[in-house]
Design a protein around this ligand. Structure first.
Ligand code: SAM
Length: 349
């Protein structure tokens, strides 16, 4: 037998062949360490505390009620991850990344979206049980009305995210010639508000569950478009959709629904649209086959853990469901990286 044929497992690992480097497995198995550092720092208000000045470990320990020795290890890990910087004199400051996205009040603030991930940390720990039971560990209505604090985190988290994604959305979807929009599962109303600000003649109705639209009204007023963006409390699967619209937006909703549910929504959209009206479906979608991009496939698991019919669909399948429902001129768009979102549009024939 040749030397090659006798190669030990160790020699095979050193061969540089595909499959010989286990680094990715190490990264995956410990990825939650870094996540937990970010989630904890965000939860404790560390970035807010550092928004103006640098502080020493002792000052931060005293302000946050923490043990200095333990905090020091934590702060150094934050520095290692690029969340903080450390001066030679032992003063900790927000890194440019944290200053831009993790300080409350910053234009790019993502802390509410991060709190939402924090709320789901224990839920992800129940992945195996969910695969066995087929039931998500967190009741979906916990954060869409039943628990006031979690609902507020969820709605403001959606708003933070939508503010960023919405800037891209209003560039990708041209609503210049449209006047009356229905925004189904519109959540915080951010997209409707951004479209209304872009198109002064556009009016929109944001339909969502009662606990969510109560908070949406605040957000819409804060964006200065309460005169043209209304809210409507309703269940998109069981309640009547107002008709006579020339555009229906369904964003971030398909990932909560099965194929059957999505087809029902497309059918309701067709009925709510005038002939020639536009259906815009935006979401995280996979490529055909549902395995790539990896983030989208993982996102499907996140939705499986948080909604009874949650998952992820391929944009090409959604386009086909629209054709089956009588839509024409199907168009596909992708948001610029790193945004994982895509849009599928069709015209009511
Ligand atoms: C991920 S959010 C998307 C919000 C917003 N459209 C966006 O893209 O940012 C999904 C929304 O669907 C709403 N929703 C879930 N089930 C619903 C139902 N049966 N009827 C109406 N809205 C529902 C949730 O309350 C939530 O606001």
């Amino acid at each position: 037998m040749s030397d090659k044929g006798n190669a030990t497992g160790h020699e095979k690992l050193q061969s540089g062949q595909p499959g010989s480097d286990p680094s990715m497995l190490m990264q995956l198995s410990t990825a939650y360490w870094g996540s937990q550092v970010l989630l904890t720092a965000n939860r404790m208000g560390l970035f807010d505390l550092l928004k103006d000045d640098g502080h020493s470990t002792e000052e931060l320990a005293s302000a946050l009620g923490l043990q200095p020795r333990h905090l020091l290890l934590f702060l150094r890990a934050c520095v290692g991850l690029g969340l903080l910087t450390e001066s030679p004199a032992g003063q900790y400051r927000n890194s440019p990344l944290s200053a831009a996205f993790l300080v409350p009040g910053a234009p790019g603030f993502m802390g509410n979206a991060i709190s939402y991930s924090d709320n789901l940390y224990d839920t992800w720990g129940q992945l195996e049980q969910t695969l066995r039971s087929g039931t998500p560990p967190m009741a979906t209505d916990t954060y869409t009305g039943h628990d006031a604090e979690k609902t507020r985190h969820f709605v403001y988290g959606m708003h933070d995210r939508a503010l960023g994604i919405g800037q891209a959305m209003v560039g990708i979807v041209d609503l210049t010639k449209y006047r009356r929009m229905l925004d189904i599962g519109g959540g915080p109303g951010t997209y409707s508000s951004l479209f209304a600000r872009r198109h002064p003649e556009l009016r929109s109705v944001v339909m969502d569950l009662p606990g969510v639209v109560a908070i949406a009204s605040e957000i819409i007023a804060g964006l200065g478009v309460a005169d043209r963006v209304d809210t409507l409390a309703g269940d998109y699967l069981n309640d009547h959709w107002p008709g006579g619209n020339d555009v229906v937006l369904i964003s971030g909703v398909f990932h909560r629904e099965s194929e059957q549910g999505c087809r029902a929504l497309i059918d309701s959209a067709r009925q709510a649209l005038e002939v020639g009206g536009l259906l815009v479906v935006s979401d995280v979608f996979t490529d055909a086959g549902n395995t790539t991009p990896p983030f989208a496939a993982l996102f499907g698991l996140n939705m499986m853990l948080t909604a009874p019919d949650g998952g992820v669909h391929a944009d090409a399948d959604v386009g086909q469901w629209m054709i089956d429902a009588g839509f024409t001129d199907i168009q596909y768009r992708q948001f610029p990286p790193p945004m994982p979102h895509r849009v599928v549009m069709g015209t009511r024939a």
